[in-house]
Design a protein around this ligand. Sequence first.
Ligand code: ZN
Length: 123
Amino acid sequence: MSAIDTDRFRERLLEERKRVEAAIAFLHEENPGSLEEQIEETVGTSDNHLADSATVTLDREIDYTLQENSEQVLAEIDDALQRLEEGTFGTCRTCGKPIAAERLEAMPWATQCIDCKRKEERG
Ligand SMILES: [Zn+2]
């Protein structure tokens, strides 16, 4: 089992954390109202604007998904940082085997090896 460069991963996780936090702050700032309110505002405008409104709504739905994902990722990053402190970072939480280095490189907050992840996704 190869040693994990924890300092490097900590740095990456902290960097990623800042990025995700900024993204969440940006999304909150950009969407102060609810999606429903925005739709009501666009109702009653002329037909010419319908296509535009649809696009705006779709964009906003993507934003909401992003926000949800961002908050999820933020929690996962915090977990990963804690695992770094505990010395369990890079170990699959399901089977206890080391998570592949390539996987950690791509997703430092991964909690499972690719095999367990795939099994879980299949249900
Ligand atoms: Zn596993």
